[in-house]
Design a protein around this ligand. Structure first.
Ligand code: IPE
Ligand code: IPE
Ligand code: MG
Length: 240
């Protein structure tokens, strides 16, 4: 079956998104950077609805990185409040849609307790939903995730010869999360910026010029079409 050029039999199971370009979007219109973040909210919900239409099971969005603490105190504060409000306003709606909300990132480092509490409420309310999982990578860093996993594994006393990729992966923020099939970054930057370093080992990477606040479900659909045109080999050879 086909939906606007998307082969619905081959929809990626997990799409990861680097929502980048909010600040530039705002600056270009003479607005404050924070107004770009506000405008990015619409893009996020439109993409969630688009992903539900396509039947994508997992969406992971980069909302705040471990490096984003370097920004001005005002912007950081804005982003903390913004993410808290977002959950407050949208959790019920997402729950009604059958979306499970999860978080990936450092919980016990710098993030205000009330934000963590709000996250926990969203997790709890939506934990039985299975239509789609929306993971917010918040206070997330790929290197931090690997370090946190190694620490937890060592603390568990895992013997050296029992260390495998699978075992280490089991200590990541969400052991159940499948690796992304595709990672999309907006705003024309060609870099990973510490997002899901381990998990994207074999993801298809798509970079688009659109700034995040202008990104819509049609852009997600185009990314899925591009993904479907790629040949994934995972280091093997296609034998046909
Ligand atoms: C992405 O947009 C959102 C976050 C990092 C929270 P930016 O704020 O990085 O926007 P640009 O890249 O400066 O335009
Ligand atoms: C990555 O974007 C982080 C998020 C989108 C949350 P950044 O804007 O922080 O990345 P750099 O600084 O351009 O690499
Ligand atoms: Mg940026």
């Amino acid at each position: 079956m086909d939906l606007c050029g998307v082969d619905l039999e081959r929809v990626p199971r997990h799409v990861a998104l680097v929502m980048d370009g909010n600040g530039r979007w705002a600056t270009r219109q003479g607005l404050k950077r924070t107004e770009g973040h506000a405008a990015g909210e619409l893009a996020l919900w439109d993409v969630v609805y688009g992903a539900l239409d396509l039947g994508i099971e997992w969406i992971t969005v980069y909302a705040f990185s471990t490096e984003n603490w370097k920004r001005s105190a005002d912007e950081v504060k804005y982003l903390m409040n913004f993410n808290e409000r977002l959950l407050l306003e949208r959790t019920e709606e997402l729950n009604g849609l059958g979306v499970r909300i999860k978080f990936a990132g450092r919980r016990n480092w710098r993030v205000p307790k009330r934000v963590i509490r709000r996250q926990d409420e969203s997790i709890e309310l939506t934990k039985d939903n299975r239509r789609m999982t929306l993971t917010m990578a918040f206070n997330y860093g790929g290197r931090a995730e690997i370090i946190d996993a190694v620490k937890a594994m060592v603390a568990d006393g895992v013997e050296v010869d029992k260390i495998t990729e699978k075992r280490l992966r089991g200590y990541f923020y969400d052991p159940d999360m499948p690796d992304p099939d595709v990672m999309v970054r907006t705003s024309g930057e060609f870099r990973i910026s510490n997002f899901l370093l381990w998990e994207i080992a074999y993801s298809e990477l798509i970079f688009v010029d659109t700034l995040w606040p202008d990104f819509r479900r049609e852009d997600l659909r185009d990314a899925v079409i591009e993904y479907q045109g790629r040949e994934r080999r995972f280091g093997g050879v296609r034998d046909d």
